[in-house]
Design a protein around this ligand. Structure first.
Ligand code: UD1
Length: 354
């Protein structure tokens, strides 16, 4: 079987890693196409090397741009690549512009498309990721859903017949990295003692970064917390803060650049709490048993809200009030499967999934 994966943004490299390993184990021909959506070394290359992913076979090098330009450049470049490789399956991952571009170009070429992480919904139609999720699910032939809730969303949209529950491939990735790097020490900025409590924060969603007054309020809330805040800064956050003349290095905040996955897991594992608008990190905090606060009005991973392990804080005031709450007393359940999602995905592609 020949499978062609389309990836482009950081969380997709994480999802790709266990799938690439499983396809290699089963001797399938796997072609990796990198759209070039993320291109900085610390947003891209370190994930391939750190997670033992073979280097991309093709790089479309589309880079940054408005949504239309970025997605359009990917679409324009994909035709030749798909024509050359003619895979049995095109695999797309998650909810980025690279996902929708990969799905649409494959569908238009009459190639079968499978969507990893199908069925997630935030029900917020202002988010670019929500358009990407819905459009990709409706374009794809095989919907690889991570949770029972995702399956029910697909059923409600009339897509149940194309959907398979496979579990969450990010649990596979997280487990593999934790087992291989048990002794990994957190890399922290000067002045943050790993033996003392600290909070890890990330902000990159357009809804939090692109409106200067909201960004200033969120940064103000983090700066006022009573323990060091390690702010792992995505390039979008740095750019938008600079544009709006918001100083990220204020109060409790210590800014560091994006981390490789292994280091990020080590930093989260020892943290007292996490504040993030990233879907992936909400889930990783949950899996690692660290209380998380999400500065948004909704989440596409409501499973993480179980027993209060993740709590939504729509306003900066709420964020300030709850970010350092006590961890819940009750353990959470395991809604994300058994850590063997990559095997189930390979079974589904082979047509042997039960
Ligand atoms: C994208 C995804 C988002 C995902 C996130 C993970 C879409 C619509 N959004 O958001 O769902 O959670 O990736 O990180 O696809 N930039 C750099 N270097 C890079 C990459 C980006 O400097 O390597 C800058 C660019 O100037 C760009 C900005 O960051 O304008 C935003 O990048 P973009 O890929 O458009 O979206 P993300 O915010 O990363």
């Amino acid at each position: 079987m020949k499978v062609l994966s389309v990836v482009g943004a950081r969380p997709q490299f994480v999802k790709l890693s266990p799938i690439a390993a499983t396809l290699a184990q089963r001797d399938h021909h796997h072609v990796i196409v990198h759209t070039g959506q993320h291109y900085d070394r610390n947003m891209s290359d370190v994930f391939f090397t750190g997670l033992d992913i073979p280097p991309p076979d093709v790089n479309l090098e589309v880079g940054s741009g408005t949504h239309g330009r970025q997605t359009g450049a990917m679409l324009a470049a994909m035709d030749d690549v798909l024509e050359r490789h003619r895979p049995d399956w095109v695999l797309v991952y998650g909810d980025t512009n690279s996902t929708v571009a990969g799905a649409l170009s494959a569908a238009k070429m009459g190639l079968r498309v499978a969507h990893v992480e199908a069925g997630l919904r935030s029900f917020n139609r202002h988010m670019p990721e929500e358009h990407n999720r819905v459009l990709t699910d409706h374009a794809a032939d095989l919907l690889l859903a991570p949770t029972t809730l995702a399956m029910s969303h697909l059923g409600r949209e009339g897509l149940g017949a194309r959907a398979v529950l496979v579990g969450d491939v990010m649990l596979d990735a997280c487990r593999r990295v934790l087992i291989a790097n048990r002794q990994q020490q957190p890399v922290l900025p000067p002045g943050v003692d790993p033996a003392r409590p600290y909070l890890v924060a990330t902000l990159h969603r357009a809804e939090n970064t692109d409106e200067p007054s909201r960004l200033a309020a969120l940064i103000g809330a983090l700066a006022g917390l009573s323990m060091p805040v390690v702010l792992v800064a995505h390039p979008r956050l740095l750019q938008r803060a600079a544009d709006a003349q918001i100083d990220l290095r204020s109060g409790a905040i210590r800014v560091i650049p994006p981390l490789p996955y292994v280091d990020m897991m080590a930093v989260i594992r020892r943290a007292r709490a996490v504040v993030t608008d990233s879907g992936g990190l909400q889930k990783e905090a949950f899996l690692l048993g660290v209380p998380c606060t999400t500065p948004r009005s909704e989440t596409e991973w409501p499973e993480t809200l179980s027993a209060g392990w993740n709590v939504l804080a729509p306003t900066a005031g709420e964020l300030r009030a709850i970010a350092l709450r006590e961890p819940p007393k009750t353990p959470h359940d395991s809604p994300f499967g058994d850590g063997l999602a990559a095997d189930s995905i390979a079974d589904a592609l082979e047509g042997t999934h039960r």
